[in-house]
Ligand binder design. Structure first.
Ligand code: GLY
Length: 564
């Protein structure tokens, strides 16, 4: 690796940052011997862990954690959304599940444009037209059917109990609920439970959701896609001006996909394939930075930021042009992650100056995606690992809440490019490959990832953050592998992001050295510390040398790691 380094003098090597981490005290997150669950809420992590303690495996715990988040974290956890999961079994077998939403059959390319071909503001983000056909219930049943070991009753019962007993509001949740009140009022014809003035330490009980989950327990997946729940849901969406039909729900299927797998130094990284852009982009960025010695440059130094920024710029440019639903568009994945191609992409990079995004091909396209997703990681006592990211897209999705069923509906239709070349709500620009078609899945940035080192399980990691997901996952892996941070330190560390367009480095405010920012500015980089107060809420688990597990639960949220 990093052949050109040999030209550095011995003295430089002796003072390099490489030696620093070995001397410092490492601050670890919680460490457990056998198994661990890390998610956005303590209640969901605990239910996942209880399933493991009962003898269930990581897949049983995935079902439990995913559905518990629908109760405990309605901001992004869901029945009305979708997600992706990557797994690695204890025998080394890997795979991925796509339970992403898809466009209803009545959707069409111009559905968010007016008669002049201009985007109708908020139509793809608020209310019933923004809803994609939900995939979460199909996803958890696909996982349980293929890998589950405990009866579904054992998994769902504690979640139904939690919904009835209620979940205590945290300070962060109080703030979020307050912030979205005006939109809840705007979108919903009647006032909703979430529209009340909830304060920290109040308890919200979810009886309607408990009833829906009970029916799902009694009748299985078909309850959601063909049963009473399906009928009520479609009726509700159509009464609010939406186009989803019973046929749309009936036809929905979660899909097993081959994950993206690539090498970086002595790591093998396994991540999500299209219709998520996560794995392909992560592979592109990591392969582009692999020849550079980040350890030598130092953590969050100007040089490290420059290399990662330039690789990200190029990867996000490709993302915009090439990526979409693989069942609808042909994606040259092999070519996009080919080493020669990627070395060539970096040929014009120089440490002297920033590359301009307008000079990087496949331009004129920006990207915007929601940062209100959620991620959880699980490693079980048998050595199986899962990494799953799930979302309603925006905070509380479309803000349309079906009170009778007890859940919010996604606004995932906004992840399509409504008008190729125009940014969506998070600034991402898309091309034809991600245009709307009936039954197509919208492009995602979700990057649930598992890392092996020398053939052994090393890490399960992921994050919310829309377009910033990929760079947040990247930096967390590098923080551990290159900079020797513990899992918790890697998750806590300040993050930055570049996504080709807009041509700026987003930085978490007041987190980077003034000298680093000044150096980057002097080379022509634009730094924006206003756009993203936080970049991602990363949750991960690291397998330590002695086989025990360290959790990294992001301090930016209410995230919690639990283990035994
Ligand atoms: N809706 C966010 C994502 O899929 O990346």
């Amino acid at each position: 690796m990093k052949n050109f380094l040999v030209i550095f003098s011995l003295s430089i090597l002796l003072i390099s940052c490489k030696s620093v981490p070995e001397k410092r005290t490492i601050n670890r997150g919680i460490v457990s011997e056998h198994a661990m669950v890390v998610s956005a809420r303590k209640e969901a992590s605990k239910i996942g862990l209880e399933i493991l303690k009962k003898g269930g495996n990581a897949f049983d715990a995935m079902v439990a954690t995913e559905l518990s988040l629908a109760v405990a974290y309605p901001f992004a956890g869901n029945l009305g959304g979708g997600g992706f999961m990557v797994y690695r079994k204890n025998n080394g077998e890997i795979g991925a599940l796509d339970y992403r939403e898809k466009a209803p059959q009545a959707a069409n390319k111009n559905m968010f444009l007016d008669e002049n071909g201009e985007i109708i503001p908020a139509k793809s983000t608020l209310g019933a037209m923004s809803i994609g056909v939900p995939g979460t219930v199909a996803g958890v049943f696909a996982v349980h059917e293929k890998f589950g070991t405990l009866p579904i009753q054992d998994i769902l019962s504690p979640i139904i109990e939690l919904a009835k007993k209620g979940v205590v509001v945290t300070k962060k949740q109080e703030n979020r609920l307050k912030k979205y009140q005006p939109l809840f009022k705007k979108v919903n014809k009647n006032s909703i439970q979430f529209g009340l003035q909830w304060k920290a330490n109040d308890t919200i009980k979810y009886f309607a959701l408990a009833a829906t989950l009970s029916r799902i327990l009694d009748h299985g997946k078909s309850e959601f896609y063909e049963g009473e729940t399906a009928k009520k849901l479609v009726n509700y969406i159509q009464n609010n001006g939406g186009i989803m039909t019973e046929e749309d729900l009936k036809k929905y299927e979660a899909k097993w996909r081959e994950p993206i797998e690539f090498r970086y130094d002595d790591l093998t990284v396994i991540s999500m394939s299209p219709p998520s852009s996560g794995g392909v982009c992560l592979a592109q960025i990591m392969k582009m930075i692999e020849p550079f010695d980040l350890q030598e440059f130092g953590h969050n130094s100007a040089r490290s930021i420059q290399v990662i920024t330039e690789a990200s710029r190029r990867a996000y440019a490709d993302r915009s042009f090439y990526l979409g639903d693989p069942d609808f568009v042909s994606i040259p994945i092999k070519e996009l992650i080919d080493e020669t191609y990627l070395n060539d992409r970096m040929k014009l990079f120089s440490f002297q100056n920033a590359t301009l995004s307008s000079e990087v091909s496949h331009g004129n396209i920006e990207i915007i995606e929601s940062d209100e997703t959620t991620h959880y990681s699980i490693i079980d006592q048998f050595g199986n690992a899962i990494s799953a990211t799930t979302t309603l897209n925006g905070a509380y999705g479309s803000k349309l809440y079906c009170a009778e069923l007890g859940f919010f509906l996604n606004n995932q239709m906004d992840d399509f490019s409504s008008k190729p070349g125009e940014p969506n709500m998070f600034g991402l620009i898309g091309a034809e490959a991600n245009s709307i078609q009936p039954e197509k899945r919208m492009l995602s940035s979700m990057t649930p990832t598992i890392v092996e080192k020398k053939g052994k399980l090393l890490m399960s990691v992921g994050t919310p953050g829309g377009s910033t997901i990929i760079t947040a996952v990247l930096q967390t892996i590098l923080n551990v592998h290159e900079f020797n941070l513990s899992m918790q330190e890697a998750v806590n560390a300040a993050r930055f992001h570049h996504q080709w367009l807009p041509d700026e480095i987003r930085m978490e405010p007041n987190s980077f050295k003034e000298s680093v920012k000044a150096e980057l500015k002097s080379k022509g980089y634009i730094i924006n510390e206003d756009r993203s107060p936080i970049i991602g809420k990363v949750d991960g688990i690291l397998v330590l040398d002695n086989g025990s597990l360290e959790g990294g639960a992001d301090k930016r949220g209410d995230d919690t790691a639990v283990g035994f």
